[in-house]
Design a protein around this ligand. Structure first.
Ligand code: 87F
Length: 514
């Protein structure tokens, strides 16, 4: 949907609770969301990102406001990734947002296909700029002229830089918050080595970090693999990726990419060095990126009909503490217990907050924090207070546990870890249920119709992939290769390609994709 059709979140997260405000919540149906994930996925997603306070729509189509609830998730992943790449001796830097047309053109072979997506600044005030200036869609052309300048001898290598920044790609297909937006956040790593071996090794080290972001932080299973010639980054030598899957839409989604650029850019930008033997040589380069799309994948995979479901490791609030007042209860005592609970949890490194607002009922607060996906809710009512315990309620499965105050930290840590694991297990089971092995064209078409992600033996010929695209073109979009997994099942001698009947050389994942 366009930014012009900004969504109103409505002020009301849902059902009323005991002893709270009565009237104003009545007009809601009892659920905070009007769309269901399994019935109307697209509308459900838009509603979840807005009502969960991740996104506010903006008046420019394809641009979105990232609210603190989303930005914190970005920062948690950033903290992890940034520390890991620093261990690899990769350094951060920052190059300008603007690209001069001459430099952008230098790369014209691979830029050609991307050209329509490049946004240009043509004016300052009322006057036309002498030369229009492009806004970076990615920074190869911005950075590599300086790599050429900075790299002289083998002692200047490896050169390993990363930048955290925004990029702009003026997409024309349907924009979706996080998943496909005209401006997005990412990190882009650009490295140069003396040898291919060093470059090859780094490609996989970075890919493993991307796997960890998805699997260990976002609780989303991904497949590591290599892109086909048709789907790889055209300017590169080979492209590896982590691929996720959205069961509701039956679409694969590229989670992050790690490219070996070979010496293609070194040729174009004359990035040469004198090697140990005193000969002139060209560098081997890599580039790699993950973006704010990661957050969209997380929302799509884990969210439910009550709203967001945040994995504990990325949730900005892991535990929300809600007092449950009853008439004649010792409210001050309960409030104090709430604050003490938050203090104890925070002191143990758990991200906890209390919602002590007196103008909302407990029921309203439950729905509100459910909508925002907080992994664990702690309720403290008169009975809990009297028994020196708290009641914990999980967001993912509504399971309730009474926890003695003395065991608070230990139990809460256990539950959060269990939620993290359960979310991953549930997501993996759901994804695995959508996987199908197809050995013939008929099996392939049938599985595609059932919104599956298909593993098929393939001859690895570009023409055949183009042919599959053409033959599956339709309203829902064509099928293409997602990746050829590094973990290859056995491919017995004589296995035929599902599409061409020629000898298969590898197993490859296929499907519709984002
Ligand atoms: C859009 C407009 C202009 C993608 C574009 O994946 C250029 C491009 O080069 C473009 N969209 N790409 C490919 C980006 C490749 C590469 N860049 C560094 C990465 C990782 C980070």
């Amino acid at each position: 949907m366009g930014g012009g059709e900004a969504k109103k979140s409505g002020g009301n997260p849902g059902k009323s609770g005991r002893g709270g405000k009565k009237k104003e919540v009545k007009k809601e149906t009892g659920l905070g969301l009007t769309n269901k994930k399994d019935e109307n996925f697209g509308e459900w997603y838009s509603e979840v990102v807005v009502n969960g306070e991740m996104i506010e729509y903006y008046d420019i189509s394809g641009c979105y406001i990232l609210r603190p609830w989303a930005m914190t998730i970005w920062e948690i992943m950033q903290k992890f990734f940034d520390a890991e790449i620093k261990k690899m001796k990769i350094k951060n830097c920052y190059f300008p947002l603007f690209v001069s047309p001459t430099v952008l053109q230098k790369e014209k072979d691979h830029i050609e296909g991307f050209a329509p997506e490049v946004a240009w600044v043509t004016k300052s005030g009322e006057s036309d700029l002498e030369v229009p200036i492009a806004i970076r869609p990615t920074s190869e052309t911005v950075m590599y002229p300086y790599y050429s300048k900075w790299i002289r001898g083998h002692r200047d290598l490896p050169l390993k830089l990363n930048q955290w920044c925004n990029v702009v790609r003026w997409e024309f297909s349907h924009p979706t918050p996080f998943i496909r937006s005209r401006e997005f956040l990412w990190q882009e790593g650009h490295t140069a080595f003396a040898t291919k071996e060093e470059a090859d090794t780094e490609v996989l080290e970075i890919l493993e970090l991307y796997r960890r972001i998805y699997e260990e932080f976002l609780a989303i299973p991904v497949i590591k693999g290599k892109k086909s010639e048709l789907e790889k980054f055209a300017g590169g030598y080979y492209t590896t990726s982590v691929e996720a899957f959205i069961p509701n839409t039956g679409r694969g989604i590229q989670g992050a990419t790690s490219h070996c650029l070979g010496q293609n850019f070194a040729k174009m930008f004359e990035i040469n060095f004198e090697n140990e033997k005193g000969e002139k040589a060209m560098v081997w380069q890599n580039s790699w990126a993950y973006s704010s799309r990661t957050i969209g994948v997380m929302i799509m995979v884990h969210g439910d009909d009550k709203g967001l479901v945040l994995p504990p490791r990325v949730a900005s609030v892991q535990v929300i503490v809600v007092p449950v007042p009853y008439k004649d209860a010792d409210m001050q005592g309960i409030f104090d217990a709430c604050n003490a609970t938050v203090d104890t949890l925070c002191a143990a490194g758990i991200r906890a907050e209390a919602d002590l607002r007196d103008n909302y009922s407990p029921g309203w607060k439950y729905s509100h924090w459910e909508m925002k996906g907080v992994p664990l809710r702690i309720e403290i009512g008169p009975k809990d207070f009297a028994n020196n315990q708290v009641r914990a309620v999980r967001r993912d499965n509504v399971a309730k546990t009474d926890i003695p105050r003395a065991e608070l930290v230990e139990k809460v840590n256990q539950i959060l870890e269990d939620i993290q694991q359960s979310l991953f297990d549930a997501a993996k089971k759901k994804r695995d249920d959508c996987m199908h092995i197809a050995r013939t064209w008929e099996e392939f078409v049938e599985a595609l119709g059932q919104k599956k992600m298909i593993l098929a033996p393939w001859c690895d010929e570009e023409e055949v992939e183009k042919d599959v695209k053409a033959r599956t073109k339709g309203e829902m979009g064509a099928a293409k290769t997602l990746c050829s997994p590094f973990e290859q099942p056995e491919l017995p001698e004589g296995t035929k390609c599902f599409a061409s009947g020629k000898p298969a050389t590898k197993w490859s994942y296929w499907g519709r994709s984002y």
